[in-house]
Design a protein around this ligand. Structure first.
Ligand SMILES: [Zn+2]
Ligand SMILES: [Zn+2]
Length: 407
């Protein structure tokens, strides 16, 4: 037997039901907010991710599916969605005219991590990116979209919010932080981060590191006037919509091109607070990837996490579709014609094998169908079908010529 690769999983049955539901809701909301679909390749030049996600990050350092293809190109399976979409924006020269583009995407991402519960090597995200919009109203709008999506999915969440400052104020804060971190006791990862990426020390999971961070300088106290004003406006917009949020000093995104708004949606529906979506502004990424400087803001939702939350709740798929069958195989050709007509409007499961009525009924029940239609000798003589509604248990004979109207 050939099995799937470690850390890779088939999405089928109950998972597939939820996967489709999540993507459908996300798509609907995104379209209503003026976003359109973009589908970028799974495979890109490795340097795209090295430059955007950053060589110092664990993702690029340890977790990328990176290889040399037959043309000697260094390529990687995408570990996240934003870099490819930014590359597409620049490649189409939209950056030159500072075009406003709102795109959404969904699909597989790949990280060569140690597989563990809730962490796969191929996982799925839904994300949106908006380019060319400077206004903080757009940041607020993305948060409102996530609220709408999680409300429609009936998932409880908390919103964490922070501002990471801009090119004006972030370097000064960074220096204050470096001075503060100049003491012993931090873990090895943090010692490395202190040099490469000091802000990343703030979200270290190590308890000892966290205790050393008491009294640390806080980004929000060090914002320039403009960043402060925009961050206050963002909070006002959310308050006006009665959206609760919590300010989180340690919500950071370690890379230089992230700026201003950062937000995260967490849910405690699967045990400890788990991140279910995250996003923020990344105005400098376009420039970082070789484009003309512009504006960018986006978010991504982890689909597997959402599936896990929804699966804990009661799974009850409504009965749907038609089960069409016969007691004798000589009627199957006739049924095939009937199915062809019904399938223009209805989902039809045509059973080709003749069986006793009770067997067919049990089958239809197992397949969770709603309508049962069967042809036996009596029905064939009368150009009819035996009808049973498996929800209401109603039974009757239906004339074939008028079938479409009677269903
Ligand atoms: Zn600033
Ligand atoms: Zn640490």
């Amino acid at each position: 037997m050939i099995s799937a690769l470690k850390g890779m999983k088939d999405i089928k049955d109950k998972d597939a039901f939820y996967y489709e539901k999540i993507v459908k809701i996300c798509e609907e909301v995104a379209k209503n907010y003026g976003f359109s679909y973009i589908n970028t390749p799974h495979l890109e030049f490795s340097k795209l991710f090295k430059r955007s996600v950053g060589e110092s990050s664990d993702i690029v350092g340890k977790e990328m599916y990176e290889f040399i293809d037959k043309g000697q190109n260094e390529v990687s399976l995408r570990p996240e969605g934003t870099a490819g979409v930014v590359r597409a924006y620049i490649e189409a020269k939209f950056d030159k005219s500072s075009s406003l583009k709102r795109w959404f995407y969904h699909g597989s991402m790949f990280r060569y991590e140690r597989p563990q519960k809730g962490r796969l090597r191929e996982f799925h995200q839904f994300g949106v990116e908006c380019f060319g919009e400077k206004s903080v109203y757009e940041d607020a709008t993305l948060i409102l979209m996530l609220v709408e999506i999680f409300n429609r999915l009936d998932i409880n969440f908390n919103i964490l919010l922070n501002s990471l400052g801009c090119v004006e104020c972030l370097p000064q804060y960074r220096q204050k932080l470096i001075d503060f971190l100049d003491k012993d006791g931090f873990c090895d990862d943090c010692i490395r981060r202190k040099k490469l990426n000091p802000i990343r020390v703030l979200d270290c999971k190590n308890d000892n590191c966290q205790s050393l961070l008491v009294n640390m300088p806080i980004i929000r106290d060090n914002l320039c006037q403009n960043c402060k004003k925009e961050f206050e406006l963002l909070q006002d917009i959310l308050r006006q919509d009665n959206i609760n949020f919590k300010l989180d000093d340690k919500l950071v995104r370690g890379l230089d091109y992230y700026s201003k708004s950062a937000f995260e949606f967490v849910s405690d529906e699967i045990g400890a607070k788990a991140s279910i979506a995250g996003g923020g502004r990344y105005d400098r990424l376009i420039e970082y990837l070789g484009g003309k400087s512009g504006y960018g803001v986006g978010f991504a939702i982890g689909i597997e996490r959402i599936i896990a939350i929804l699966e804990q709740k009661e799974f009850e798929e409504k009965r749907n579709g038609i089960y069409l069958c016969a007691l004798d195989e000589k009627y199957i050709t006739k049924l095939l014609n009937i199915a062809r007509i019904l399938r223009k409007k209805h989902k039809v499961l045509l059973n080709y094998g003749p069986k006793k009525l009770a067997k067919h009924l049990a089958n239809a029940d197992n397949l969770n169908t709603e309508i049962f239609l069967c042809m036996g000798e009596n029905e064939a003589l009368q150009e009819s079908l035996f009808y049973k509604n498996l929800n209401t248990k109603e039974e009757k004979m239906l004339k074939i010529y008028n079938l479409e109207n009677s269903l």
